[in-house]
Design a protein around this ligand. Structure first.
Ligand SMILES: [Zn+2]
Length: 387
């Protein structure tokens, strides 16, 4: 059992009126001294939800690629616009419509986008294949990369006049890909930079299997004239990943990962070019609002936390009520109110955390949590092992 916290007292802080005035005054000065005309670079990001309309993209056992890429694209854009004041987001599609590959790229070129992100879901014959990979434009001898590109490029076969529009290119013939060899990807290093940030986010924050950053000849990337990536956010042919990608939480995790990667890329580029940073660092990132902070293992979504208290009455979540701890959450429980701190995707880290707070909560113990509900620890450990 955790420590009962019946001794938590409400404490009211009285701020003298002149302090309030000083705070208000400095807020006013601060806002006046951060002019909107500071040399903040204005970025344009085009987010491209793969497929749409008559083109379903890859098919899973119960869903279509086009219906997964759209919500992820919209959520990603939402995060970016909400948190990055210096970025404008444009979408190649916001509804279930077909958009020609060429038009997607032209849209980005015409709008002078600084970044282009095409969101897709992968397909494989073998159902056990899983993980994420992010592509940049390039020629490859790797057969697997070529296969992914061929599959994504096949879309153009559904377009009218594709032979004239795509210079006689046959997406299904490997020989056709020779034509890309004349091209030099001037944005290779920037595209690769963004792609690796995306993969890192997937791996470290969303716990996805990392299949790496790869090169292949995708038409949509070939035609854009800015750093561009095509990200495959999981396999629709893997049932577990298909479920994850169709869940709201899964889509949210992927979108958050994409947002973070963009944010870090933009901040880094702005820093390099000596441009004053927009107040991106101070704006609340989704991790303070969404449970993306320590993404948990796969579709199972199990996290390990440290339970510090149970109580017959509900406590207001604030540090004073929990001996100064700031990250306490209330867990769903049938009888008593339970409170826990820390959130980890592996058991060992949770044990470490328990040791750290032993001084203030000697009776704290590690629990497994899914959807804010406590699970039997052994069951969680077994499931975690299997992933
Ligand atoms: Zn696709």
């Amino acid at each position: 059992m955790g420590t009962d916290i019946n001794n938590g007292k409400l404490c009211t802080i009285h701020i003298p009126i002149y302090n309030t005035l000083i705070i208000l005054l400095s807020l006013f000065i601060l806002s006046a001294s951060s002019p909107a005309d500071a040399a903040v670079r204005n970025w344009v990001i085009v987010i491209d939800a793969g497929h749409g309309g008559r083109d379903p993209g890859a098919l899973g056992s119960f869903s279509k690629e086009k219906d997964i890429t759209l919500p992820i694209a919209l959520k990603t854009g939402e995060y970016i616009e909400k948190n990055l004041s210096n970025v404008k987001v444009l979408y190649t599609r916001k509804t279930d419509v077909a958009v020609d590959i060429r038009d997607r790229a032209e849209f980005a070129n015409k709008n002078k986008a600084d970044l282009f992100i095409s969101i897709h879901v992968n397909w494989a014959k073998q159902k056990n294949i899983r993980g994420t990979e992010t592509f940049v434009m390039g020629l490859t001898k790797d057969e697997q990369n070529l296969e992914v590109a061929m599959k994504e490029n096949e879309v153009i076969l559904r377009e009218d006049d594709y032979t004239t529009k795509y210079e006689g290119f046959d997406p299904k013939s490997p020989e056709s890909y020779i034509m890309f060899s004349v091209m030099q990807n001037v944005y290779l290093s920037q595209s690769t930079d963004l792609a690796s940030r995306i993969q890192t986010q997937y791996k470290e924050r969303v716990n996805r299997v990392d299949r790496g950053v790869k090169q292949a000849a995708f038409w949509v990337l070939f035609m854009t004239t800015m750093p561009s990536v095509l990200t495959e956010s999981g396999f629709i042919t893997n049932l577990e990943e298909e479920k994850f990608l169709n869940s709201e939480q899964g889509q949210d995790y992927i979108a958050s990962a994409l947002y973070r990667a963009c944010r870090d890329y933009i901040n880094e580029m702005d820093k390099k070019s000596g441009v004053e940073l927009a107040d991106n660092t101070s704006s609340p990132a989704p991790d303070t609002e969404k449970p993306v902070k320590q993404p948990v293992s796969d579709a199972v979504d199990i996290a390990f936390m440290v339970q510090i208290a149970t109580s017959g009455s509900q406590k207001e979540i604030k540090p004073e009520n929990f001996r100064g701890l700031k990250d306490v959450i209330e867990l769903k429980s049938d009888d008593r109110f339970k409170y826990a701190t820390g959130k980890f995707n592996n058991y060992t880290e949770a044990v470490e955390h328990r040791k750290k707070i032993e001084g203030i909560f000697p009776d704290a113990f590690v629990i497994a949590v899914r959807d804010n509900k406590i699970l039997p620890l052994q069951e969680a450990l077994d499931k975690n092992k299997r992933n």
